[in-house]
Ligand binder design. Structure first.
Ligand code: NAD
Length: 500
């Protein structure tokens, strides 16, 4: 590392700031919790402008404080997630709280390496110059979260944004009110209350936030609101990450291990009662394979949730009445082959299998939009080519799942289809690999995060070139261009002109 680089790094480290030491009072701030979106953004910006969020000590302290928040309040968090979505405490830990703790630990382990300036070589013509890439935080980041994993999808972007040294405004989903209220209470108690804000609310509050200028907007949710976010961001030329959804297909090949496939599909589909952005939306297979798979799926549902999933402590509920009506409406006229029972009072919808005759039939409601609930359509295709054509004929999915032992078939899906991710023989689990980028492509989103990707996403890679003044080696690129200089340019500075 060059001298200037080490000076810079130790300079950043010397700015001591921990979550528990008092933060410097920001000029113009009363120190009170801002209630309004505009005030939250202004306070966050003033905190960023003090420069303290850039210090590695501050970033580490915030990440550690967030870890304490999660671990110390595990039971309260589980209760809120149960109130909002009927999640069991174990599912809440595995898919939300524990997931975040692992992400924080991974980030803390690698933060120094991920954020250190990186020396890069300079071309001979610029010797003895020195070049490096310096990661700088963007400024104030807005995170707009959805309701389905209301803790994880609000705080996982926060981990990356803090690790990169930003101030952050969080907007949890109003459709998970218990989790939203808990985040709003705990975050200012544990994190730097001037640099990290929570604004609760629905469309009016989000609209007010979107009118403000941010340095990055990270939105997770549906594509219709994604368009609103992108339009609002355009007014300020703010970069945007859109973590959207869509229909994620699961292809089961004729040679798949069907009993294991059925169990994994049931786990992937019915976790969180199907309200998972990367849940297998529908299953595609030849009619022969579907016929063998169907009873195995029924058996796997029984294995996981018993004869009456309504009384299983491990089976969740639909988030609200509107989504409940939408999902039960999908079953009208459909060919329900298993499940289908529901209870509006408790927003319970049984794990349900539906047969689809023709996926391209415009009347086939379950094949139109993302299902986002515990309804699994079984879709027949003639063969592998038809399955690939079916995937390619629709929006690029957030995730694509293929169940087969055949490396040739797997490679065909990698080469011939496009999706945010591919999981072979397992749904959902790619999310748990911190070094895999998580994000969509096309209609399923833009941008990706998790692990180092998050730090890259929430920072700018600044190019820094340093040239000594003596000896002045730049004469070759300045006029007058004598014949001798031209020869040097052709041979050293910018070779290639005479090579055709
Ligand atoms: P949602 O209704 O909670 O909305 C998401 C956020 O947008 C909320 O904070 C909400 O307040 C805000 N919002 C809603 N309407 C708005 C408007 N008119 N203007 C401004 N902001 C507004 O969640 P949702 O959209 O129902 O979430 C489900 C969708 O999200 C599904 O499509 C799912 O696949 C997708 N999703 C994607 C991921 C991912 O990581 N890619 C994760 C979870 C969910």
């Amino acid at each position: 590392m060059s001298e200037s680089m080490s000076t810079m790094t130790s300079g950043a480290e010397s700015t001591e700031a921990t979550a528990n030491t008092p933060v410097p009072v920001v000029e113009g701030s009363s120190g009170a919790r801002p209630a309004e979106p505009r005030e939250a953004v202004a306070t966050a910006r003033r905190a960023f402008e003090t420069g303290r969020t850039k210090a590695r000590a501050w970033r580490v302290a915030q990440l550690k404080a967030l870890r304490v928040l999660l671990v110390d309040h595990e039971a309260e968090i589980a209760a809120a997630l149960h109130a909002d979505l009927g999640k069991s405490a174990t599912e809440a830990w595995v898919t939300e709280t524990g997931f975040l703790v692992r992400e924080i630990d991974h980030t803390l382990r690698h933060l120094r390496a991920w954020t250190a300036p990186r020396r890069v070589p300079v071309p001979l013509s610029l010797a003895p110059g020195r070049a490096r890439v310096v990661r700088e935080p963007l400024g104030v980041v807005l995170v707009i979260a959805p309701w389905n994993y209301p803790l994880q999808l609000c705080l996982a972007p926060l981990v990356g944004a803090l690790a990169a040294g930003n101030a952050v405004v969080l907007k949890p989903s109003e459709l998970a009110p218990a989790t939203s209220a808990l985040i709003a209470r705990l975050v200012p108690e544990h994190l730097d209350p001037e640099a990290v804000h929570v604004v609760e609310g629905a469309v009016p509050e989000t609209t007010a936030l979107l009118a403000e200028r941010f340095d990055h907007i990270f939105y997770t949710g549906n594509g219709a609101v994604g368009r609103i976010v992108l339009e609002a961001a355009a007014a300020h030329l703010t970069p945007v990450t859109l973590e959207l959804g869509g229909k994620s297909p699961a292809y089961v090949a004729d040679d798949a291990d069907l009993p294991v496939t059925a169990r994994r599909l049931v786990w992937g589909k019915f976790t969180n009662a199907g309200q998972t952005c990367v849940a297998p939306d529908y299953v595609v297979a030849t009619p022969e394979t579907l016929a063998k798979l169907k009873p195995l799926l029924v058996e796997a549902i029984r294995e996981a949730f018993g004869d009456d999933p309504a009384s299983s402590p491990d089976y969740g509920r639909i988030v609200d009445g509107r989504h409940f009506e939408r999902l039960t409406g999908l079953l009208d006229g459909g060919r329900v082959v298993a499940g289908g029972r529901s209870d509006a009072a408790t927003r319970y919808l049984e794990p349900t299998l539906v047969e689809v005759a023709d996926p391209d039939d415009p009347e086939e409601a379950v094949m139109r939009d993302e299902i986002f609930g515990p309804v699994l359509p079984l879709v027949p295709v003639a063969d592998l080519d038809a399955a690939i054509a079916l995937v390619n004929g629709r929006d690029k999915p957030l995730a694509l799942y293929v169940f087969t032992p055949s490396a040739v078939v797997r490679e065909r899906f990698v080469r011939e289809t496009s999706s945010g991710a591919i999981g072979f023989n397992i749904p959902l689990a790619h999310l748990a690999v911190p070094e895999l980028p998580f994000g969509g492509v096309g209609a399923s989103g833009m941008g990706a995060y998790h692990g180092e990707r998050s730090v890259e996403l929430f920072s700018h890679a600044k190019a820094v070139l340093t040239m000594p003044t003596r000896p002045d080696t730049t004469a070759w690129i300045r006029p007058p261009f004598t014949r001798f200089k031209e020869q040097v340019i052709d041979r050293v500075v910018s070779p290639g002109r005479r090579r055709r």
